[in-house]
Each structure stands twice: as structure tokens, then as C-alpha cells.
Design a protein around this ligand. Structure first.
Ligand code: ADP
Ligand code: MG
Length: 360
């Protein structure tokens, strides 16, 4: 298998980047993959979480960007059992100012990683909470990007900006990493979390990990002890969630998983109970606007409920819904219609019918 390089990035602070980089790196290491964690955040949270209180500047990730006497191999600190870390240092925050005008400055990390013959299966990069020089370097060096999003309105607002930056990198630097969103800090009991999950699913579509990271106090507890969540409590929900994510990533990235385990993983991951896909379709070649509204989106008319017309005049919208029974209607140029292809219906308080379907 080729070495996989994965940046964990989102300009929003507190959305679970460091927790994801750290826990995913450990989960991959537990699964027998040689893993390197690179801390590119000057705040050095990942470094501290690994129990490293301080390092000399020249022995931190800062060295990667300076005319450095140390290679990645020399910078990496062995944390035991398949995992190394290149720690960070607060001085890394000055790098942007020093190097932003340097020609090819955005390629430094990429070039360093390909120049050295590293023997890792996976490299995970923890990014700072901004869209600056270090984040650009991380994205350029990676073939996979994970965007952690916690179910909140502000978290979602930043995502489109980040996506446009990744598009820019694709265009300008001719580099197209696989980009996937990851839901973090999900509270399955909170109605609000479920609503946000619906929005996140519709924003990312297929580019959202099926594994979901639930809110678990075990992360804060393990942080306090400077140990990974797997050492603090390997049976916690949080530990399980990141193990699932590691499985999903291995499944996506390589084919060296034995067939029977592959089938088993497919079942667990793809039967994930949180939501399933439902395609809404309405044929109306001459209509100007079509929406689908129902219990699943509070009957709201907005961008999320708008259908797109295909070349055959059929309006379509793919939504991800949790299992349940839903009432709905189409709105075609301002008028409400039942689904002509669905015989199941139910009277509503307005004296006509809503269409009904069940997601199992
Ligand atoms: N799934 C989770 N459940 C509960 N707390 C979490 C979870 N993920 C992260 N946290 C906590 O939230 C805070 C911010 O997370 P962190 O990973 O440091 O975010 P970022 O790196 O994006 O700033 C930390 O205190 C962390 O322990
Ligand atoms: Mg962080």
C-alpha cells in the first residue's frame, strides 16, 4: 500500500480537529498501521496530548519549513506501538510571516514528504484553526482531507469557504485530494443535532464519512491525563467511533483487507443507522421551481428543499433521512401537489392529502 497522507482541517476552532487527528492516528496504529502524526498547529495541542510538554524549536515541525538540519525521520518522536509524532512549537506561528512570499512556499511540506523515503503507512496532519500558509501546505501534501464538523450553525457556515479554498488548490496547484466531512460531537438524543446532521448530510452528500463521532466525555477525561482515549477507556463510545472511522478509511484507501473482514465492515458501516438515501422526483418540464417539503424538513421552503431539473424535465432531490414515517408534498411553482407516483396518502388538516412514505 502507498503511504496515505491525510490532513485534518477546518478553520473553525473547537470542532474536533486535534481530537480526530490524535485518535485516528492511534486507531490506525492499533490496527497495525505504521503511523506518523504531524502537529502543524502552533498551539501544539496534539503534542501536549501525547504527553510532550516542550521541545526545542529546531526539533519541532518548525524545522520542516526552515533550512533545517533535521529530517522528518530525525524530528519524529517514537510514542511506542506503531506511532510517531513530529511535535509542534509556538514559534511555528511566525512561519507564515517569514515564508508567505517565498516562491513555492506552499509546496514545502509536500516536497519534504516525497523527498524522504518514509516507511509509514499513514501520515496524519493536525492543522491550525485558520486557512493560512500551514493549512495550504498540509492540504497540498495530502491525498485525503478530513473536515470535522460539529453539528452547529457556525460550523456549517465555514465549510463552504474551506471547500472553495480546496477548489482553488485543485485549480492552481493541480492537486485533487479526496475531501470528506466527518460529523463530530454528535448527540443522538438532541433533536437539534439530528436536524444539523440532516443539513450536513445534504451539504456533503457522498463525501461524508458514514462513521459518526458521538459526544463523549471520555475525550476530555483522556486529555486531562495526556493519554489517548484508547488508553483512558478502550470500551468508551468515543474509542469505538474512531476505530470505526479507521476501518472506514482503510476500506476506502486500500484493498489489502481480507475479503471476509471487508464484507463484515461493509455491513457495519453501510447499515449505519443514522440515515439512508431517498430520491425525490417530480416530472414537470415546464415548471420554474419545484420544492419537496415534509416532516423531515419542517415543511420549509428553502435551498435545502429545492429540486434540480435534469435534462429530461424531471426535478430531483436526494436527501438523507433517518428511519421513520414521513408525510410530504411537492410545491410546483407555488402550488402544493401530492406525489403522483406514490399511492400512499393521508388526509391533512387543510382538507386534502399528504403523500406518505416509510424509511426502514
Ligand atoms: N466527540 C467529542 N466528544 C466530547 N468532547 C470532544 C469531542 N471531540 C472533541 N472534544 C473536546 O472539544 C474540545 C475541542 O476539540 P479539539 O479536538 O481540540 O478541536 P480543534 O482542534 O478543532 O480546536 C476539546 O476539549 C476536546 O476534548
Ligand atoms: Mg486543534
Amino acid at each position: 500500500m502507498n503511504m496515505q497522507v491525510c490532513a485534518v482541517t477546518n478553520q473553525k476552532g473547537g470542532c474536533g480537529k486535534t481530537t480526530t487527528a490524535l485518535s485516528l492516528a492511534h486507531a490506525l496504529a492499533i490496527k497495525g498501521k505504521r503511523t506518523l502524526l504531524i502537529d502543524l498547529d502552533p498551539q501544539a495541542h496534539a503534542t501536549m496530548a501525547c504527553g510532550i510538554q516542550s521541545v526545542e524549536v529546531q526539533k519541532s515541525s518548525y524545522s520542516i519549513f526552515k533550512d533545517n538540519p533535521f529530517s522528518i525521520k530525525a524530528l519524529a518522536i517514537d510514542l511506542g506501538s506503531n506511532i510517531d509524532i513530529v511535535p509542534s512549537h509556538i514559534v511555528l506561528s511566525t512561519i507564515e510571516h517569514d515564508l508567505k512570499d517565498t516562491e513555492n512556499g506552499l509546496l514545502i511540506l509536500f516536497r519534504t514528504l516525497i523527498k524522504e523515503e518514509l516507511s509509514y503507512d499513514n501520515i496524519i496532519i493536525d492543522c491550525p484553526p485558520n486557512l493560512g500558509f500551514l493549512t495550504f501546505n498540509a492540504i497540498r501534501a495530502s491525498n485525503q482531507i478530513i473536515i470535522p464538523v460539529e453539528p452547529s450553525t457556525f460550523a456549517l457556515m465555514g465549510v463552504s469557504k474551506l471547500m472553495s479554498m480546496i477548489e482553488l488548490i485543485k485549480l492552481k496547484l493541480h492537486h485533487s485530494p479526496v475531501v470528506k466531512g466527518l460529523v463530530t460531537m454528535y448527540d443522538p438524543l438532541a433533536e437539534f443535532s439530528q436536524k444539523m446532521l440532516f443539513k450536513i448530510r445534504n451539504m456533503f452528500g457522498d463525501n461524508l464519512f458514514r462513521s459518526i463521532i458521538t459526544y463523549d466525555i471520555a475525550f476530555k477525561e483522556s486529555q486531562e491525563k495526556f493519554v489517548p482515549v484508547f488508553v483512558h477507556n478502550k470500551d468508551s463510545k468515543g474509542a469505538h467511533d474512531y476505530m470505526n472511522l479507521a476501518d472506514e478509511i482503510l476500506l476506502l484507501m486500500n484493498n489489502d483487507i481480507p475479503e471476509h473482514i471487508y464484507d463484515h465492515l461493509q455491513k457495519i458501516l453501510f447499515n449505519n443507522v443514522y440515515s439512508k438515501e431517498k430520491m425525490f422526483e417530480y416530472k414537470a418540464p415546464t415548471a420554474k421551481q419545484v420544492y419537496v417539503v415534509g416532516d423531515f424538513n419542517d415543511w420549509k421552503i428553502n435551498e435545502d428543499s429545492k429540486l434540480e431539473k435534469n435534462e429530461t424535465g424531471v426535478w430531483q432531490k436526494r436527501l438523507f433521512l433517518a428511519p421513520g414515517r414521513y408525510k410530504y408534498k411537492y410545491i410546483v411553482d407555488g402550488l402544493y401537489y401530492e406525489d403522483p407516483h406514490n399511492p400512499k396518502k393521508e388526509p391533512n388538516p387543510y382538507g386534502n392529502n399528504d403523500s406518505v412514505f416509510e424509511m426502514n
